[in-house]
Design a protein around this ligand. Structure first.
Ligand SMILES: O=C(O)c1cccc(C(=O)CC[C@H]2O[C@@H](n3cnc4c(=O)[nH]cnc43)[C@H](O)[C@@H]2O)c1
Length: 230
């Protein structure tokens, strides 16, 4: 199995790579300038922040036809009722939470507008096994284009998606590219901040990056190729 891990920024890619145990990395750049580090069985891509960059980078990597699984991984905001700072969240659904239309009667997601889908479902058994391995919260992860910064917006997202444990900015973009290439996708988020009123001082990015490294340490035996003689 060859796995593509898609991160937004270099610090996330470094944490993922630090958790992998195999030899490497063999660093290269894909067309478009996307940095890719190759490890045993796992490639780690830095695609940029936001769903559009994530989709473009993921699609570029998947065009090689080399991958059996895509993992969207990085830091994220946690809905405090479900996922505190430092927790890991493995998505059981990857939901586009602000892709749609506002109407006088409220928000309409893309699928209800008839333009496509608003959610991707990771393979249930694999996602549940990853969540169990990581002792992670297993719940929907929202993809947003704007980081939530008010209590009102957090409450509105919770009203629409009561089970959601995290929000981040890339998962749905990665999943759209994966679906276009018929490759399964999972999403793993390490919680760096609560979803709610903007408080930059409360972000624990170092702690979340440590959690991300720990996650890939635990997952390395599952994800990395074993040489035939082992
Ligand atoms: O300082 C800010 O308020 C701010 C505004 C926009 C973006 C940022 C980032 O540094 C985070 C973007 C990056 O991290 C993921 N992330 C982490 N926490 C959240 C969150 O609460 N909501 C959405 N995304 C989050 C995201 O996936 C991006 O890759 C800071």
């Amino acid at each position: 199995m060859r796995v593509l891990v898609v991160t937004a920024v270099a610090a996330e890619a470094d944490s993922v790579a630090a958790g992998l145990t195999g030899p490497g990395p063999d660093a290269r750049q894909l067309p478009g300038g996307y940095p890719l580090s190759r490890h045993a069985g796992v490639d780690v891509l830095t695609a940029g922040v936001g769903p559009a960059a994530a989709a473009a980078g993921t699609a570029t990597a998947l065009a090689t036809g080399a991958y059996d699984l895509v993992v969207s991984a990085g830091i994220g905001g946690g809905f405090p009722a479900h996922a505190p700072v430092g927790a890991l969240v493995v998505a059981d659904a990857i939901i586009a939470a602000d892709l749609g239309a506002e109407t006088p009667d409220g928000y309409l997601p893309l699928d209800e507008l008839g333009f496509g889908r608003s959610a991707h479902l990771p393979p249930a058994e694999l996602a549940a096994r990853i969540a169990k391995t990581l002792d992670a919260v297993h719940a929907p992860v929202l993809t947003v284009s704007t980081v939530t910064g008010t209590a009102a917006r957090a409450a509105e997202l919770t009203r629409r998606h009561p089970r959601a444990a995290a929000e981040a900015m890339e998962g749905f973009g990665v999943a759209e590219a994966a679906a276009a290439h018929a490759v399964p996708v999972v999403e793993i988020r390490a919680i760096s901040n609560p979803v709610g009123p903007r408080d930059r001082a409360a972000w624990r990015i170092g702690q979340a990056l440590d959690s991300l490294r720990y996650a890939f340490q635990q997952l390395a035996p599952v994800l990395e190729e074993k040489p035939a003689h082992e």
